[in-house]
Write a protein that binds this ligand. Structure first.
Ligand SMILES: Cc1ncc(COP(=O)(O)O)c(C=O)c1O
Length: 382
């Protein structure tokens, strides 16, 4: 039985705004019920598009046209549609971080894209490694169709790409005329420090594709996300959808919920998440500082833990599961499923007392899964 559930990146049930959401649903039904009898096409609910344009525009400090936004059934639909739109044939390649979101791996491999992973450091995808790989692929006549990147609170590693590196990434992509997909699924799940601008706000090119979500600032069950791009890229992607549009009812309720501002709820939810992150780090510091290193995410829902090479990953999964502790092993996020000694801890929905109790349980399982008691011989995360 799972007692300490650090496996899935879900939002925190303690801060779901039940009463406000109920009232928003009532208002949306009263004012928009006639619209529920209609099909609304590919772009989706206008009020929600306007709200998301305002969200982006206020965060990024640039005007965002709601006509550049299409509401999706979660950001996952946008991730998939981008792959379907940009793939042209057999053997096509997409570049991602070496460790990336499991859903993206499933979708892109599922539609026949070959994934080429670029190593990360503490600031996201490494630009030296990207340049080298693109040169190699270009020389072989196999340039990728696009680059997909998680620049902010990267899933699974929690890293953030600074502005200077984003600028470098924009230049490298432009050199090869490659579309650049920035999946900002965790945008606004922010704990501290400055927010780094998104690449679409730094570059006017129609090769910029941006993906947002409501799953992480509100709830994954609403199944709402969005795609933002300029023409002709916008139509090229959105025309790939044949689902008659996203859930208009959910969009109407969420648009109503956000009428008085997008960040009111984030201001309630984020400090609670930040405390959970701090509790995880306190537990790791007290129990594992001599043998592990970990990320210190300034937002998002995950912490990435590096263990010594002599950790038997299969044994660790079994031992931890036997003790009621679940997590995602590094292997699940690796583009080639390499079994490296990493785990991802999703802390967003774990009650505080179970975090305090659970991290020592994990620490014990890690220690028992090693073949030595040697302290770690590394200081960095990668
Ligand atoms: C990086 C990333 N992209 C996309 C998604 C899909 O989220 P949703 O479809 O719920 O918006 C997730 C979910 O965990 C994610 O981590």
């Amino acid at each position: 039985m799972v007692i300490y559930d650090f496996a899935i990146g879900q939002t925190n049930p303690e801060t779901f705004p039940v009463e406000e959401f109920k009232q928003a649903a009532i208002r949306a039904i009263e004012s928009e019920h006639e619209q529920f009898n209609l099909y609304h096409g590919n772009k989706g609910h206008e009020g929600l598009r306007r709200a998301m344009a305002e969200r982006e525009s206020k965060r990024e400090g640039i005007p965002v046209d709601p006509e550049q936004i299409a509401i999706m059934n979660g950001s996952m639909q946008a991730v998939t549609l981008v792959g379907q739109a940009l793939r042209q044939g057999k053997d096509d390649i997409v570049i991602t971080e070496e460790f990336t979101y499991t859903g993206t791996i499933g979708a892109y491999k599922g539609i026949g894209l070959e994934m080429v992973g670029i190593p990360l450091d503490g600031f996201g995808m490494r630009m030296d490694a990207l340049s080298e790989k693109l040169k190699e692929l270009s020389d072989a006549g196999r340039l990728p169709r696009f680059i997909y990147t998680l620049t902010t609170y990267q899933n699974p590693t929690g890293t953030c790409m600074p502005k200077e590196r984003k600028q470098e990434l924009i230049s490298i992509a432009a050199e090869y005329d490659l579309p650049l997909v920035e999946d900002n699924c965790y945008g606004d799940v922010h704990f501290e420090g400055e927010k780094v601008p998104s690449m679409y706000a730094m570059d006017d090119s129609p090769n910029q594709i941006y993906i947002g979500s409501l799953s992480k600032i509100l709830a994954p069950g609403v199944r709402l996300g969005y795609l933002l791009a300029k023409e002709p890229m916008f139509s090229r992607i959105v025309n790939q959808r044949f689902d008659a549009g996203s859930n208009y009812f959910a969009a109407a309720v969420v648009a109503e919920f956000y009428k008085n501002g997008i960040w009111d709820h984030c201001e309630v939810a984020n400090p609670v998440l930040k405390k959970k992150r701090d509790l995880v780090i306190e537990g790791l510091q007290a129990n594992l500082s001599d043998i592990c290193t970990w990320s210190n995410p300034v937002g998002g829902l995950f912490l990435w833990l590096r263990m010594p090479e002599d950790t038997d990953m299969d044994k660790l999964v079994k031992l931890a599961n036997d003790k009621g502790f679940s997590f995602m092993p590094g292997l699940a996020f690796h583009v080639d499923f390499a079994n490296k000694p990493y785990i991802r801890l999703a802390f967003g929905h774990v009650p505080d007392d179970l975090i305090k109790e659970g991290i020592p349980v994990l620490a014990e399982a890690i220690k028992q899964s090693r073949t030595s008691n040697e302290p770690r011989n590394f200081d960095t995360l990668f």
